[in-house]
Design a protein around this ligand. Structure first.
Ligand code: UT7
Length: 332
């Protein structure tokens, strides 16, 4: 049996900074080429934030777009959960900065760190408050400025990521046949060493040495993460479908984390899903970490690929390792 949450997504918005950086632009910055990036990752371009723009700015933009589209005054928001691994600063939380920027004066909030599974974690957490009946309108945001932690001397990581944010509004369900049917998350901390930022926390605070050793950037064992992601995304998808009495044939849409087109396609093949059931936008945005899922939901809506009553599966793997699967009946 699933773990139902009496909450549903009632709105989605995304925001990416305007500056587009293509693979050809990257060719001028690092020893790489468009063909390698396209064939190994599926990425063609990504968006970069300008200096002085933090995750709170992108998150607030996405939130503003969402509230404007829904016609919801910011004072009605009672909770803000922000998933990010690139907070503006270690504290205060990015959620506090977003709360102030959008004038959500009746909201409390906090940040949540689960890397590429961050948005899925934040959705589960935000939805629990709504499902419990204590909150009516939660803003769940995924926002990352990955370019702030990319090492342009490491071509195997710097070409993968982009900047962006997405936000969803979570409200109580009004019928039994909508909203979050089940969620599944797990952690395998033994994989922590395969994708991490070594310095800048309490263990290794910033020093001349940490800067010289380039320890404030993303470090990744790409092949290890790749294998883990393919295996766990597929396993988790099957597990959450089976325990709710579904098969992959029942799905209208899978919204996977966008880390690598080949990871998504391997999962797609294992689940036997045709292209119409997978949303892919890594070609335009790269890996935006906590923002990939809401940006993909935004695209799915804009492309008319999400309808009321659809069975939708969000599926993620991220640093930690962390995983996320959320099965829902789309509510609008
Ligand atoms: O979202 C969080 C999780 N992150 C991920 O899911 C990422 C998972 N990993 C991956 O997506 C892939 O492992 C990468 C895209 C990072 C790398 O792809 P790969 O097929 O595993 O490549 P590799 O690291 O094994 O490198 C293959 C070759 C190497 O050259 P040699 O040693 O075979 O001569 C690399 O030096 O490709 C070379 N290479 C590049 N060449 C041109 C690595 N990066 C680049 C580059 N441009 N940017």
């Amino acid at each position: 049996m699933g773990r139902r949450i009496a909450a549903k997504i009632t709105g989605v918005a995304g925001y990416v900074p305007p500056r587009v950086v293509t693979n050809f632009d990257l060719e001028k910055m690092v020893d790489t080429n468009d063909q390698w990036i396209r064939t190994r990752t599926g990425i063609r371009e990504r968006h970069y934030a300008d200096a002085g723009v933090g995750s709170s700015h992108l998150g607030a933009e996405a939130a503003r777009k969402l509230l404007a589209a829904k016609g919801v005054p910011s004072e009605q928001i009672d909770l803000i959960v922000v998933a990010t691994v690139t907070p503006d600063m270690l504290f205060p939380a990015t959620a506090c900065l977003v709360q102030d920027r959008i004038g959500a004066k009746n909201a409390w909030g906090f940040d949540l760190s689960a890397a590429c599974s961050g948005f899925a974690y934040a959705l589960t957490v935000g939805a629990q408050f709504v499902g419990a009946g204590t909150h009516k309108k939660a803003l769940v945001i995924g926002s990352d400025v990955m370019t702030s932690i990319l090492d342009y001397q490491d071509r195997a990581t710097c070409v993968l990521f982009g900047d962006g944010a997405g936000a969803v509004l979570v409200e109580p369900v009004t019928s039994d046949n909508e909203g979050i049917l089940d969620f599944a998350h797990d952690v395998d901390g033994s994989g922590g060493c395969n994708l991490y930022m070594p310095a800048g926390g309490s263990l290794k605070p910033a020093s001349l040495e940490t800067v010289e050793k380039r320890m404030h950037y993303v470090h990744q064992e790409g092949a290890q993460v790749f294998k883990y992601a393919v295996r766990r995304m597929s396993e988790l998808a099957v597990q959450i479908l089976e325990r709710n009495g579904f098969t992959s044939r029942d799905l209208a849409l899978v919204v996977p984390h966008q880390a690598n087109l080949r990871i998504i396609q391997a999962m797609q093949e294992r689940l036997g899903l045709d292209d119409s059931k997978i949303i892919i936008n890594i070609d335009r945005f790269g890996n935006t970490t906590a923002a990939t899922i809401p940006l993909a939901l935004m695209d799915a809506l804009e492309q008319g690929r999400l309808h009321k009553g659809d069975l939708v599966l969000v599926i993620t793997v991220g640093a930690g390792y962390t995983t996320g699967a959320i099965l829902m009946r789309w509510a609008y």
